[in-house]
Design a protein around this ligand. Structure first.
Ligand code: CMC
Length: 427
């Protein structure tokens, strides 16, 4: 028999259905709550509210589990490549060799970005943050691709996916080229997706670009680890913007803006800046640990804590190992790493952090590894966005295919009751 939940309110009892997910997560379905009782729920930050049912990603914060479409993140990071995982996340199944090859070929059809986009980039100052530029350029793609995709037409949806995967990577790297004053580069359709990322970023017209497979493999893994993370801030943004039937590029542009914040994807840049500040200030990690614990001090230890993971972040575990391997292979000896290690060791045994279940998250290590790979700090959050793109596309597609209603939360009004208008000369 299916479970129900009983609510007693204002002297009456109401019964609500309980929905159970495929991993036995219960949810009280309050769809009819306001109609029946006149009341709404209040849950700032949505700590207890599910916004949708989804088949894409399973995450258990207590157990530190992350799976895309049922596959463990550990397996995917070790055995698959980024485009394979992107296909899985977006379309639901692991691709065969042929399907994957076709997917890559189809993405390549869209890797040329309209030359007029360059006029738009020209308008930005060189000092603009790449995430702001990326959000604007993603939105600008709408102007060059005005046709709204019919989500119920599989062919159209597939083309929209390939187009987004192709063009987003190119414009993401253009934000860096703009910042550096380098000429904008073109995708090379004879090379792989992640290899192209490195080329697009660093190849200069003045000389050949030497490919480094260790760097490409590490980036591939990092992109996989970021590919989806269920209803986080940027993904919820993409879904809610898309719920008004705004297009895919417009919705993803909003997701980029949401990701930029230092409490979300912007944390990877903030971690590195924090480590540099500690270094400049003499390298005393304990001093900063004390600042993070001081309630009078707004400073937070960036890269620590997570809304959902209260045990450990499984992505952080994989990244930490990858960081150690990559740094050893590349022979990187960075003093910033010593500070990071000291912070991590001290926080993991500190009562404040232990009792609040604050562990290093994915952003704590990703910044360190990006730095070792030669990615500039301002680009760290853009890296996150490239990795998260398949997740945003998949969640947008699922929301539209499921015909979800427009996202429109309610509120509890706490402002003035009706007041008499006061004429200008009486104020
Ligand atoms: N440093 C010091 N104290 C912290 C930290 C931190 N990084 N994170 C949480 N706390 C404390 C917080 O002050 C509160 O203490 P108390 O109970 O005494 O008031 C308690 O821990 C619970 O924190 P919260 O802010 O209520 O937790 P939340 O679930 O709302 O926030 C978070 C989660 C990720 C926003 C937060 O932990 C944080 O700001 N971390 C630093 C930024 C960061 O690394 N973000 C990346 C998240 S992972 C990837 C991603 O989403 O992009």
């Amino acid at each position: 028999m299916s479970k129900t939940a009983i609510l007693e309110y204002d002297g009456k009892k109401y019964e609500f259905p309980v929905i159970v997910g495929s991993e036995n997560e219960p949810a009280i379905d309050i769809n009819k709550l306001r109609d029946l009782t006149g009341a709404i729920t209040l849950d700032p930050g949505y700590k207890n509210s599910g916004s949708c049912e989804s088949k894409i990603t399973f995450l258990d914060g207590e157990e530190g589990i992350l799976r895309y479409r049922g596959y463990a993140i550990e397996d995917l990071a070790a055995k698959a490549d980024f485009l394979e995982v992107a296909y899985l996340v977006i379309f639901g199944e692991l691709p065969t060799k042929e399907v994957l090859a076709q997917f890559e070929t189809d993405i390549r059809k869209y890797t040329l970005v309209n030359e007029e986009m360059k006029n738009i980039i020209d308008g930005f100052p060189k000092t603009a943050h790449p995430m702001g530029v990326l959000s604007s350029l993603t939105s600008a793609l709408t102007a060059f691709n005005p046709k709204v995709v019919n989500v119920d037409n599989e062919k159209e949806m597939y083309e929209a996916v390939c187009k987004t995967m192709g063009k987003f990577l190119v414009i993401a790297t253009w934000t860096y080229r703009k910042m550096m004053g380098y000429p904008l580069n073109y995708y090379d359709n004879t090379k792989g997706y992640v290899e192209n990322f490195m080329r697009l970023m660093f190849e200069l017209p003045t000389g050949p670009y030497a490919k480094n497979q260790v760097v490409i493999d590490a980036l591939d893994k990092l992109f996989i680890l970021h590919a989806d993370h269920e209803q986080n801030c940027s993904t919820s943004t993409v879904r809610i913007v898309g719920s008004s039937h705004a297009g895919l590029f417009a919705s993803i542009s909003a997701g980029v803006s949401a990701l930029w914040g230092p409490l979300h994807g912007g944390a990877n840049q903030a971690v590195l800046e924090m480590l540099e500040d500690i270094q400049k200030d003499g390298g005393d990690a304990d001093k900063y640990l004390a600042k993070a614990k001081d309630k009078e001090d707004p400073f937070r230890l960036m890269g620590f804590g997570h809304r959902v993971y209260k045990n450990f972040d499984p992505r952080a575990k994989i990244i930490k190992k990858a960081a150690d391997e990559v740094l050893a292979t590349l022979g990187v000896n960075d003093p910033i790493l010593q500070i990071a290690k000291k912070l991590e060791e001290s926080a993991l045994v500190d009562e404040y952090f232990v009792s609040r279940k604050l562990y290093p998250n994915v952003d704590f290590y990703s910044g360190i590894i990006y730095r070792a790979l030669g990615i500039p700090t301002e680009m760290f959050t853009v890296m996150f966005a490239i990795g998260r793109l398949p997740g945003w596309i998949a969640q947008w597609k699922e929301m539209r295919v499921n015909k979800e209603p427009i996202g429109r939360p309610r509120q509890i009004y706490t402002g003035y009751p009706l007041r008499d208008f006061v004429a200008m000369d009486k104020r």
